[in-house]
Write a protein that binds this ligand. Structure first.
Ligand code: AMP
Length: 188
């Protein structure tokens, strides 16, 4: 399966992505995790990315695409992957589609959550980039740059929206339902 998990910060993408990947033997590709690892390791890419991340802005496409390409080229990704936090704007989606060619993404799972719930969850999470001002900026970036992907993927017939409210198990069951309803694995 080749999947994208789309949704606002705080929707629980990382947690759900890990569970889906465990259940289906997929490579979990989180651009946020890759970027944080690059920052932690002090690579040139990490140094360039850090200020954007600290402000809650998107890291430039060229940097993110380099990380994604490097990971997708590894042999284990051929068996299937789930993209978490990528693409984050239409130009990243177009670059991904061009890279994947015929073996494109089969399904985009959109985890929908209200703004108020997002802010509460992010404040509770308390990550370094989860201060209130940065959260507000990340929400704005999401609605301006990332949310247009909802219509973009819907237009391609790939989008399934699920309610991201509720317990981790409830949300996982909704995602599992979407994946078993479809034959997303049949052409893998
Ligand atoms: P996340 O863990 O997905 O919330 O990402 C944390 C931060 O990393 C974001 O606020 C962005 O600064 C950056 N980031 C993660 N993924 C992307 C992406 N696909 N494009 C640009 N920036 C990204």
């Amino acid at each position: 399966m080749r999947l994208i998990l789309l949704g606002p910060p705080g929707a629980g993408k990382g947690t759900q992505a890990a569970r889906v990947c465990d259940a289906h033997g997929l490579v979990h590709l989180s651009t946020g995790d890759l970027l944080r690892a690059a920052v932690g390791a002090g690579t040139d890419l990490g140094k360039e990315a850090k200020a954007f991340m600290d402000a809650g802005n998107l890291v430039p496409d060229t940097l993110v695409l380099a990380l994604v390409r490097e990971r997708l080229e590894q042999p284990d990704a051929a068996a299937g992957f789930l993209l978490d936090g990528f693409p984050r704007n239409v130009s990243q989606a177009e670059a991904l589609a061009a890279d994947l060619g015929d073996r494109g993404v089969e399904k985009v799972i959109h985890m929908k959550l209200e703004d108020e719930e997002i802010v509460q969850r992010l404040l509770a999470r308390g990550r370094e980039d989860d201060t209130e001002a940065v959260i507000r900026n990340r929400l704005e970036v999401y609605s301006n740059e990332t949310a247009p992907l909802i219509a973009h993927f819907d237009g391609q017939g790939l989008l399934v929206t699920i309610d991201a409210q509720g317990s981790m198990d409830e949300v996982f069951d909704r995602i599992a339902g979407v994946l078993s309803d479809s034959n997303a694995g049949a052409s893998a």
